[in-house]
Design a protein around this ligand. Structure first.
Ligand SMILES: Cc1ncc(C[n+]2csc(CCOP(=O)(O)OP(=O)(O)O)c2C)c(N)n1
Length: 448
């Protein structure tokens, strides 16, 4: 073990850099003879030439943390996280809710009732396991496949479906966003934006703001979710560098689901996945089996604790598999064999793994499973029928809350143009008359 106090005075400078203290794996290798170090570095000078690529050497890849196996049994030596029956059942119920909601909304898109949808098939453990490990007021900056976090926080099925339909009941995005681009101020879930990875440096900024706020310092962290594809964007690196050099409680959760859209993750990097990058930024990092909800829960809980107690960033790489197509705009069988998907579904289903764990403890039964599925299905069907009866937000809402503060000139000009057109065609032209009826107030405020 490295004990600086026992070293001769010439070697005492080889202490663990301050930025790395607390990282158990950092153990400096001391050269036989001290040649000092350069002023901007703690790196010991050595006369031996040595190239390294530790994460690519055989057997040295970052391990993947797992708690339960495919049959729901704890691995030998694994510590099962402490949770009572109700907490565990609540996690499972939310996991089971996701694919049912996805089935219905996916089909509604296929019928042309909503314009777009994105499913989370196969990633239920990553999304719900992490949501369960966070505090309800941690600030979440998600990508677009994490609707389960909102469900877990109590957004409700109606909330999600109203957003997808763009009804007046979606008070956050008010019909201005694409379906599945949710947001909720009350639930600390920042509105999704489609340009990939923009949420990552924003999260580092939010984390820093939390650190500066005395009422939230040491209490909350910022959490950002992103895929392996988003991790290939420059914004990933900007966010990691920011959170590492201007320390902040920012939790980076990479969902490595095997694919961006058509690009497999093996083509997104040559190194050891996304976790390998954490060390480069001096960030505590763990790779976890993203299909094992107990491992995800434990890893994110510990990651959150470190984030908050140390006020520093942590990276979690959750390795999973995207079972569904990327979105309703994609046909994944154009770039991966159908057989591969069927095999993954059969071999490693996160829901089955956790259900078997619960059943082994006597915390869940087949009858309860069937009843849950029937109840959720009925709930989702009733919710989409309610959404179909809703009107869209008032026409003028199209131009409000796009930006904070005063409405900019370009939006004022667009609003004036639309008002003119509504006045011109809204009473006389049938297609416009029919269209106006879909909006709350039916455009009357502009017709009069
Ligand atoms: C800046 C930017 N480039 C490209 C796209 C198009 N696009 C949307 S999703 C996506 C793939 C993202 O993959 P990943 O981050 O791995 O997340 P996943 O969809 O697999 O969950 C791409 C390329 C985009 N939205 N934004």
């Amino acid at each position: 073990m490295f004990r600086p106090t026992r070293l001769p005075p010439t070697l005492r400078r080889f202490t663990v850099p301050r930025a790395c203290r607390g990282v158990a794996s950092v153990t400096p290798v001391l050269p036989e003879h001290s040649h000092g170090n350069l002023p901007s570095s703690q790196s010991p000078i050595t006369p031996k030439m040595h190239f390294f690529n530790s994460v690519m050497e055989a057997g040295k890849q970052i391990p993947t943390y797992r708690v339960i196996d495919g049959a729901g049994q704890p691995l030998e030596g694994a510590e099962v996280p402490e949770m009572d029956r109700d907490f565990a059942r609540n996690i499972y119920e939310h996991m089971a809710q996701l694919p049912i909601l996805d089935d219905v909304l996916y089909n509604l898109q296929r019928q042309g009732r909503i314009s777009f949808y994105i499913t989370a098939y196969g990633e239920e453990a990553t999304v719900i396991g992490s949501a369960a490990a966070l505090a309800p007021d941690d600030e979440v900056l998600a990508q677009y496949r994490e609707s389960g976090v909102l469900l877990y926080r109590g957004f409700g099925v109606d909330g999600l479906i109203n957003q997808c339909y763009g009804t007046s009941l979606d008070t956050c995005t008010k019909g201005k966003q694409m379906p599945a681009h949710y947001g909720s101020k009350e639930l600390h879930f920042h509105t999704i934006s489609s340009p990939l990875a923009t949420q990552i440096p924003q999260a580092a900024g939010v984390g820093f703001a939390l650190k500066r706020d005395p009422s939230r310092r040491g209490k909350n962290c910022a959490v950002t979710y992103f895929g392996d594809g988003a991790a290939s964007e420059g914004d990933f690196h900007a966010g990691m560098l920011l959170a590492s050099t201007i320390p902040s409680p920012t939790l980076f959760i990479a969902r490595n689901n095997g694919f961006a859209i058509s690009t497999p993750s093996s083509e997104q990097y040559y190194g050891d996945g996304i976790a390998a990058r954490g060390a480069g930024y001096g960030v505590h990092t763990i790779r976890v089996d993203g299909n094992d909800v107990l491992a995800v829960y434990s890893a994110v809980k510990e990651a959150r604790r470190r984030c908050i107690e140390e006020g520093r960033a942590v990276l979690v790489e959750s390795v999973t598999y995207r079972v569904g197509h990327h979105s309703t705009s994609d046909d994944s069988f154009a770039y991966r064999p159908r057989k591969e998907v069927e095999e993954r579904k059969r071999l490693d289903n996160p829901l089955v793994r956790f259900r078997l764990f619960l059943e082994a403890r006597g915390w869940w039964s087949k009858d309860e499973d069937e009843a849950l599925k029937a109840r959720v299905k009925a709930e989702v069907h009733a919710a989409y029928k309610r959404a179909e009866e809703q009107q869209r937000p008032e026409l003028k809402e199209m131009f409000t809350d796009v930006y904070g503060g005063e409405q900019p000139w370009n939006l004022r000009a667009q609003e004036a143009e639309l008002r003119g057109l509504v006045r011109k065609y809204g009473r006389s032209w049938e297609p416009w008359k029919a269209e106006l009826k879909k909006f709350k107030g039916e455009g009357k405020e502009w017709l009069d």
